[in-house]
Design a protein around this ligand. Structure first.
Ligand SMILES: [Zn+2]
Length: 201
Protein backbone atom coordinates (compact mmCIF):
# COMPACT_ATOMS: atom_id res chain seq x y z
CA UNK A 1 0.00 0.00 0.00
CA UNK A 2 1.20 3.47 -0.82
CA UNK A 3 2.31 5.39 2.25
CA UNK A 4 0.61 8.79 2.10
CA UNK A 5 1.26 10.07 5.66
CA UNK A 6 2.90 13.50 5.69
CA UNK A 7 6.63 13.39 5.94
CA UNK A 8 9.06 15.56 7.82
CA UNK A 9 12.67 15.39 6.74
CA UNK A 10 15.17 16.63 9.32
CA UNK A 11 18.55 17.66 7.95
CA UNK A 12 21.01 16.17 10.41
CA UNK A 13 24.59 17.42 10.59
CA UNK A 14 25.40 16.60 14.21
CA UNK A 15 25.19 20.24 15.33
CA UNK A 16 23.21 21.73 18.21
CA UNK A 17 21.00 23.32 15.56
CA UNK A 18 20.13 20.04 13.87
CA UNK A 19 19.45 18.38 17.23
CA UNK A 20 17.12 21.27 18.09
CA UNK A 21 15.28 20.75 14.78
CA UNK A 22 15.02 17.04 15.57
CA UNK A 23 13.48 17.94 18.95
CA UNK A 24 11.05 20.34 17.20
CA UNK A 25 9.98 17.54 14.82
CA UNK A 26 9.37 15.12 17.70
CA UNK A 27 7.52 17.78 19.72
CA UNK A 28 5.19 18.61 16.82
CA UNK A 29 4.32 14.99 16.28
CA UNK A 30 3.55 14.54 19.96
CA UNK A 31 1.53 17.78 20.15
CA UNK A 32 -0.57 16.99 17.08
CA UNK A 33 -0.78 13.28 17.73
CA UNK A 34 0.25 12.96 14.12
CA UNK A 35 1.12 9.89 12.21
CA UNK A 36 3.69 11.98 10.36
CA UNK A 37 6.69 10.08 9.26
CA UNK A 38 10.04 11.55 10.30
CA UNK A 39 13.02 10.92 8.10
CA UNK A 40 16.58 11.99 8.72
CA UNK A 41 19.05 13.01 6.06
CA UNK A 42 22.73 13.40 6.77
CA UNK A 43 23.44 16.82 5.34
CA UNK A 44 26.22 19.39 5.28
CA UNK A 45 26.29 22.86 3.85
CA UNK A 46 29.89 22.32 2.81
CA UNK A 47 32.08 19.23 2.51
CA UNK A 48 33.17 18.12 5.94
CA UNK A 49 35.76 15.64 7.02
CA UNK A 50 34.35 12.13 7.03
CA UNK A 51 37.28 11.31 9.33
CA UNK A 52 35.68 13.18 12.21
CA UNK A 53 34.53 10.24 14.30
CA UNK A 54 32.93 12.40 17.00
CA UNK A 55 30.85 14.19 14.38
CA UNK A 56 29.74 10.90 12.81
CA UNK A 57 28.80 9.65 16.26
CA UNK A 58 26.73 12.79 16.92
CA UNK A 59 24.92 12.30 13.60
CA UNK A 60 24.15 8.67 14.45
CA UNK A 61 22.85 9.68 17.89
CA UNK A 62 20.59 12.31 16.34
CA UNK A 63 19.24 9.71 13.89
CA UNK A 64 18.52 7.49 16.89
CA UNK A 65 16.82 10.36 18.74
CA UNK A 66 14.51 10.69 15.71
CA UNK A 67 13.80 6.97 15.80
CA UNK A 68 15.56 6.49 12.46
CA UNK A 69 17.99 3.64 12.01
CA UNK A 70 20.66 4.98 9.71
CA UNK A 71 21.77 2.82 6.85
CA UNK A 72 25.30 3.32 5.61
CA UNK A 73 24.01 5.10 2.51
CA UNK A 74 21.95 7.52 4.62
CA UNK A 75 25.05 8.42 6.59
CA UNK A 76 26.88 9.41 3.44
CA UNK A 77 26.44 13.13 3.71
CA UNK A 78 24.46 15.06 1.14
CA UNK A 79 26.15 18.37 0.56
CA UNK A 80 24.86 21.81 -0.39
CA UNK A 81 22.14 22.30 -3.00
CA UNK A 82 22.23 18.68 -4.12
CA UNK A 83 21.50 17.69 -0.53
CA UNK A 84 18.53 20.05 -0.42
CA UNK A 85 17.19 18.57 -3.67
CA UNK A 86 17.56 15.11 -2.17
CA UNK A 87 15.60 16.34 0.88
CA UNK A 88 12.80 17.61 -1.40
CA UNK A 89 12.64 14.21 -3.03
CA UNK A 90 12.49 12.44 0.35
CA UNK A 91 9.85 14.82 1.72
CA UNK A 92 7.38 14.00 -1.05
CA UNK A 93 4.39 16.07 -2.22
CA UNK A 94 3.12 17.42 1.14
CA UNK A 95 6.28 17.19 3.16
CA UNK A 96 8.21 19.52 5.41
CA UNK A 97 11.97 19.92 5.48
CA UNK A 98 13.31 21.04 8.84
CA UNK A 99 16.67 22.74 8.41
CA UNK A 100 18.59 24.21 11.34
CA UNK A 101 20.49 26.70 9.19
CA UNK A 102 21.20 29.83 11.20
CA UNK A 103 22.18 33.34 10.03
CA UNK A 104 21.69 35.02 13.42
CA UNK A 105 20.93 38.68 12.63
CA UNK A 106 22.62 38.95 9.22
CA UNK A 107 19.83 40.24 6.95
CA UNK A 108 21.72 39.55 3.69
CA UNK A 109 22.42 35.95 4.67
CA UNK A 110 18.79 35.49 5.75
CA UNK A 111 17.55 36.90 2.42
CA UNK A 112 19.95 34.67 0.43
CA UNK A 113 18.84 31.57 2.32
CA UNK A 114 15.14 32.33 1.87
CA UNK A 115 15.71 32.99 -1.86
CA UNK A 116 17.52 29.66 -2.21
CA UNK A 117 14.83 27.55 -0.53
CA UNK A 118 12.08 29.43 -2.34
CA UNK A 119 13.82 28.73 -5.63
CA UNK A 120 14.26 25.03 -4.86
CA UNK A 121 10.64 24.62 -3.71
CA UNK A 122 9.56 26.48 -6.86
CA UNK A 123 11.55 24.13 -9.08
CA UNK A 124 9.95 21.13 -7.33
CA UNK A 125 6.48 22.62 -7.89
CA UNK A 126 7.30 23.40 -11.50
CA UNK A 127 8.19 19.79 -12.23
CA UNK A 128 5.18 18.54 -10.26
CA UNK A 129 2.42 21.13 -9.61
CA UNK A 130 0.85 19.07 -6.80
CA UNK A 131 4.02 19.52 -4.74
CA UNK A 132 3.34 21.67 -1.67
CA UNK A 133 6.53 20.69 0.10
CA UNK A 134 8.00 23.48 2.16
CA UNK A 135 11.19 24.36 3.95
CA UNK A 136 10.96 25.22 7.62
CA UNK A 137 13.94 27.08 9.09
CA UNK A 138 12.92 27.73 12.70
CA UNK A 139 16.39 28.84 13.85
CA UNK A 140 17.19 31.14 10.94
CA UNK A 141 17.43 34.40 12.92
CA UNK A 142 18.09 33.02 16.40
CA UNK A 143 21.21 33.64 18.46
CA UNK A 144 23.19 30.75 19.96
CA UNK A 145 21.67 31.60 23.36
CA UNK A 146 18.14 31.44 21.98
CA UNK A 147 18.90 28.05 20.40
CA UNK A 148 20.13 26.76 23.79
CA UNK A 149 16.92 28.04 25.42
CA UNK A 150 14.79 26.31 22.79
CA UNK A 151 16.77 23.06 22.94
CA UNK A 152 16.41 23.06 26.70
CA UNK A 153 12.66 23.81 26.59
CA UNK A 154 12.20 20.86 24.22
CA UNK A 155 14.35 18.55 26.34
CA UNK A 156 16.84 17.92 23.52
CA UNK A 157 19.73 15.69 24.66
CA UNK A 158 22.65 18.07 24.10
CA UNK A 159 25.14 15.23 24.55
CA UNK A 160 24.11 14.06 21.06
CA UNK A 161 25.92 16.96 19.37
CA UNK A 162 29.35 17.83 18.05
CA UNK A 163 29.73 21.58 18.10
CA UNK A 164 33.47 21.89 17.42
CA UNK A 165 34.98 22.69 14.02
CA UNK A 166 37.78 20.19 14.66
CA UNK A 167 37.91 16.43 15.10
CA UNK A 168 38.87 15.00 18.48
CA UNK A 169 37.61 13.19 21.55
CA UNK A 170 36.37 16.41 23.14
CA UNK A 171 35.51 19.83 21.69
CA UNK A 172 38.62 22.07 21.55
CA UNK A 173 36.90 24.92 23.37
CA UNK A 174 38.75 27.51 21.28
CA UNK A 175 37.47 27.48 17.68
CA UNK A 176 34.82 30.09 16.71
CA UNK A 177 32.03 27.53 17.06
CA UNK A 178 33.16 26.31 20.50
CA UNK A 179 33.67 29.91 21.65
CA UNK A 180 30.22 30.97 20.53
CA UNK A 181 28.47 28.10 22.35
CA UNK A 182 30.59 28.59 25.48
CA UNK A 183 29.70 32.27 25.53
CA UNK A 184 26.00 31.52 25.02
CA UNK A 185 26.11 28.88 27.73
CA UNK A 186 27.67 31.28 30.23
CA UNK A 187 25.27 34.10 29.35
CA UNK A 188 22.17 31.94 29.58
CA UNK A 189 23.32 29.86 32.54
CA UNK A 190 22.60 26.69 30.57
CA UNK A 191 25.47 24.22 30.99
CA UNK A 192 26.88 22.29 28.03
CA UNK A 193 27.27 18.59 28.87
CA UNK A 194 30.80 18.45 27.43
CA UNK A 195 32.06 21.39 29.50
CA UNK A 196 33.15 20.57 33.02
CA UNK A 197 31.66 22.90 35.58
CA UNK A 198 34.48 24.27 37.74
CA UNK A 199 34.25 22.97 41.28
CA UNK A 200 34.18 25.65 43.95
CA UNK A 201 36.89 25.69 46.57
ZN1 LIG B 1 36.26 23.75 18.80
Amino acid sequence: MLDTSPRTVVLVDGSIESLTCAAIAMDRIEANNQSAKVLALSFFERSESAENHSLQQAIERQFEFLGCTPSSTELQASVGRLGLVKALDLAGPQGTILWGHRCTMNPDAIADTLALVDHLAGVARYSQPSYLVHFDLPLLDLTAGQVLDLASALGAPLGACWSCQHAGHAPCGECPSCSSWLEASKASGRPLPWVETPTVG
